[in-house]
Write a protein that binds this ligand. Sequence first.
Ligand code: GAL
Length: 373
Amino acid sequence: MKFNYILILFSSLIIYSCDKSEETFKPGQLWLDNNGVHINAHGGGFLFSNDTYYWFGEHKTEGEAGNKANVGVHCYSSKDLYNWKDEGIALSVSENTSSLIVKGCIIERPKVIYNTKNKQFVMWFHHELKGKGYNAAMTGVAVSDKITGPYSYIKSVNPNKGIWPMNYPDSLKILGSNLGKFKKWSKEWNKEMEKGAILKRDFERGQMARDMALFVDDDGTAYHIHSSEENTTLHIAELTDDYLDFTDKYVRALPNKSNEAPAIFKRGDNYFMLSSGLSGWKPNAARSAIANHPLGPWKELGNPCRGTKEAINKTFYSQSTYILPVQGKQDSYIFMADRWTPENAIDGSYIWLPIEFENNKPIIKWIDEWSIK
Ligand code: GAL
């Protein structure tokens, strides 16, 4: 009798804990998926389709080696943004050593957009070749007819080979620079960098593309935003109407301001960009900027974070990856960032915070636990 009672109590406890759904965001804490496993989708990108949110991110594994692409791009789905279902690996690394996306290469910050013309889901990601550190600085593209994949890898490129940026003055369009003559970060060196010394260096082989983001404007035009010129200058490049290639239109944005981790969103007639500085996996102070077109010109708005000095200087120990406009809610945007743990990559957590606006400037404050109003 007593045993039966305990059994009933125990099974109800199990049923309760399985049924318990999340109703809040708890930034930085363990975030379990439908299988009770910490969500594994770092440097994430989001897409809303068919009343469902999809989350794509880097599948990390244990240890320091887990920062490499040992598995691929992981996908999750959710109706409410709090509870996520594991949809498996959307883009798998290859076992074939002749493939550029061979296991052990680097695949970071994957982003997926939907191309209405071809009815295809298009994934772009920062791609580094196996064994070559971060030297390749390429962007890769893969497609699928189904949002959750499997995605087929097409190619990786150093974009805009042999093309000058639209906003680059004719007077500077001469290859070669004086960069080598100056001490790194000296006044003269900075001037050369600002004038595009690395842009010119890479003109013939194609430009560097590291931390990246995608943005689809209301008219369907898609833009690829990436850290270029040794991470000192952002390039914002228009994609072709199938989203699989670059048109010849691109600009240099915030030259020599060293922005990484870009994320663009639109609010009213304004485009906003959140980004970070350069300190690898270690957090630094976030930046923000505003424009009235994705191709700029971009005007810096400063650090969007509010709180303690430490929190502001380190973006709450995180680095931006995406800004999500909440569906059906006016003026509701979520700042999404990664709290990296490079020594055990798989432990990385997610910092999601609401964006407020003060005088048309994005503002982010820490909240331990919150939900969408
Ligand atoms: C960060 C970047 C990450 C990753 C890391 C490697 O600055 O945002 O995506 O590339 O460097 O050190």
